[in-house]
Design a protein around this ligand. Structure first.
Ligand SMILES: Cc1ncc(CN)c(N)n1
Length: 228
């Protein structure tokens, strides 16, 4: 009897969040990056909040190294940690410095409620859950940004003199896509042989953090702060 080839688990994940990701692509903040119409102050606000986000997000990679069972996986997580703290966050530091935001102000920025809820959700699941749970939480961040960056690069036309060219180039880059792809492959391998109940837990995390991604764009667009 021929064995039916199963679709990779991440394809199931992708299908399950497609409507959420479509809304995210069409969000006015994302569209404003694409055509350059997003006001500079909004983008600066986003960069500051995103810097706070990335400091917590990077800790997930440290948990990944702790939960890893082999040296190769530990090495990958430690390089993801390094890339985030250096390459990705350098984009934020450089942009902020160019528009006159001092590094002290950047470091002192405090998380908004959505920012805090998003990172606490991932940190909690990562500390208490399996490596597969950790990856399911952090994957929408990397995967959806690469998708958005690539789509904007295709659709924006020439990036010469585009105010957000560096942002688009960073997330559309092959290097960034390669890191996301490594996580996708790793999750597919970890999911092999899992029960339906275990896969559903991963699906829940993936959906929740995809929704948080949308809410993050919404938060920086409308400026949702602490009410009092
Ligand atoms: C909120 C958020 N999500 C994802 C990414 C891409 N690492 C980011 N910088 N910020």
């Amino acid at each position: 009897m021929t064995k039916l080839k199963q679709e990779p688990f991440t394809e199931r994940l992708y299908k399950s969040v497609e409507p959420v990701w479509k809304h995210t692509h069409l969000h006015p903040f994302v569209q404003g990056i694409k055509d350059g119409s997003l006001p500079k102050e909004r983008f600066a606000y986003y960069m500051k909040q995103d810097y706070v986000y990335l400091k917590d997000y990077a800790k997930l990679f440290a948990f990944g190294a702790i939960k890893a069972k082999d040296a190769e996986t530990m090495t990958w997580f430690s390089s993801l940690l390094h890339e985030t703290l250096n390459t990705e966050m350098d984009l934020h530091r450089a942009y902020c410095s160019d528009i006159g935001i001092q590094s002290e102000e950047l470091e002192e920025e405090k998380a908004t409620p959505i920012n805090l809820a998003y990172t606490r959700y991932m940190l909690n699941a990562s500390q208490h859950g399996t490596l597969a749970e950790l990856i399911s939480c952090l994957l929408p961040c990397m995967w959806s940004y690469h998708e958005i960056g690539s789509a904007l690069k295709r659709e924006a036309g020439s990036l010469e003199d585009h105010p957000y060219a560096q942002w688009i180039e960073m997330y559309a880059s092959e290097e960034f896509g390669g890191l996301a792809q490594w996580l996708i492959n790793k999750l597919n391998r970890l999911a092999e042989g899992m029960t339906e109940q275990e896969l559903t837990v991963l699906e829940e995390h993936f959906l929740t953090t995809s929704r948080f991604e949308f809410m993050f764009w919404d938060m920086v667009y409308y400026g949702h702060e602490w009410p009092v």
